[in-house]
Design a binder for this molecule. Sequence first.
Ligand code: HEC
Ligand code: HEC
Length: 539
Amino acid sequence: MNLSHALIATVLVTTGSAATAQSSLPPVPTPAGNPTTFEKVQLGKALYWDEQLSSSRTTACATCHIPSAGGCDPRSIGGNSLHPGLDGLLGTIDDVVGSPGVPNSDLDGSYWPVDVFGIGVQVTGRKAPSVINAAYSPMLFWDGRASNTFQDPLTGATVLSDLAALESQAAGPPQSPAEMGHMGRDWSNIAARMETSKPLAMASNLDANLSAFVGNRSYPDLFETVFGTNDVTPSRILMAIAAYERTLISDRTPFDAFVVGVPNTMTPLELDGYGVFGGSGRCHSCHTPPLLTDNQFHNVGVSTIAQDPGRGGITGLAQDMGAFRTPGLRNVALHPPYFHDGNAATLMDVVEAYDRGGDVHENLSPMIHPLNLTAYEKTALVAFLEVLTDPRVVNETAPFERPTLYSESNARPQIYGQATPGAGGSAPICVAIEPPLHGTDSLTIAVHGGLPDAHGFLALSRLEDVRTFAGIELMVDISTPHALIPVRLHAVAGSASYSMVLPEDIQSIGTQFFAQWLVRDPGSPGGLSASQGMAFTIF
Ligand code: HEC
Ligand code: HEC
């Protein structure tokens, strides 16, 4: 490093601390009935990062809203994260890049095939927006359907009459059978689940504050500390989660430092980009500083009204058709793809879309028209959008520090060995995504792609036994009679599932199980087809 670089480095470091002292953002709106306290934030953080909040124990709020992904879902990259859109078909132009949620299941944990997803995880019909700085929005969701007024999800009584969009919003996903719930799940099911779950039993690498707060305590203990009594109620769960989200404020970008007057925080290219943003691009009229959103709804020509009416679907008003809430742009570079349907892959794609004056001209906002930007102006605009990144978000440092999810660990059930195809040439596929947590009331192991309507067995054993037997590749020991659990495959997707209870007793931790699906398939040589094996260890 030469001297001038060293000087620049010093300036940058000083800049960071100057921005620390002075935020360009207003105070965080907080409902009078839900004051933010240190302990409530810790409880909310535990709930937000607890995958046990979902029926299948596979999906936390955080799963779809990760800090280093700008508060959005890093899995939104096609493949597993595609939703079929209006035509109900995958692989067509109206597909949405959304977030994978949970398989369609019932109260008992059985999986039931649905639409294009079968018994695989279902995908949301819109891209997950950011939780970071969501605290500033008077309404949430792309269509603003989560309002300022928070009603108890069980009784409908108004709990908070203002500034409570976060509380209202959080009530949705745990009940949704696609995101976190099972069919017919309600908030009494959810509160009961949390009451008996060991806080963050599945997470690891807790930060010091969170770990000290949770300790070895139960959720009722934690609720007592925060709310005075140990009742784990839906409203309390939601108020705690919202309190945590109110701490997820990002205001330390080079742009924020620039706004509060710190010199040399943005390069000439980035400054030119800011010029276009506020000048010929007219971006700032909707992405208004300092929040970089006006929190209003506009139709910027992303998709047709039939594909998604947006705000119009809530208000029914003609002028709202195809309009979506303007997203704030801090940390935008961290969360491709863009727009409510995730169909713009890069920031340059977004800029190009604005430059052509939007793609769908149905009820288009009068503020959207071709911009005729030069190549330099486009590059500068993208550079400006990239300078809206907060290093604490990228690095997941306070207030964005966080535990590791179970789904990010390698403790998940492992699939091994070879499958044996049936007469049609394809083999049944084993679906094993749920965590083998001791005491679990339902660990579901499923199969799809077997011969529809056929009889089959789940071979379940403490012993692995890989060998060729009766024309199939056998993966588990089937010598004990009770190791074969009979099922009938669904006529639709050739799927079936089996839910087992795991022992509560901690002695069971470390016990290994091996499983494999065997499906009767009269056309195949041995009369059977078989999935790969699946191994899991109780933890
Ligand atoms: C399966 C993925 C998934 C899970 C799990 C999930 N979300 Fe979301 N979240 C989304 C999607 C998709 C949207 C946008 C939906 C829409 O606008 O219709 C969203 C919207 C939001 C918003 C609104 C942001 C804005 O700017 O409008 C917040 C806040 C949020 N989620 C927080 C949470 C919390 C808290 C939980 C847990 C209780 C949660 N999410 C669980 C996918 C998910
Ligand atoms: C008329 C108001 C309006 C104007 C002007 C506008 N935007 Fe937007 N912007 C929106 C809305 C609304 C969305 C969400 C649209 C959707 O998903 O359907 C959006 C989305 C975006 C996104 C995607 C963010 C995300 O999280 O997916 C980016 C980036 C963006 N705008 C940048 C810009 C830039 C750069 C300009 C100027 C060239 C601009 N916007 C002009 C309202 C506007």
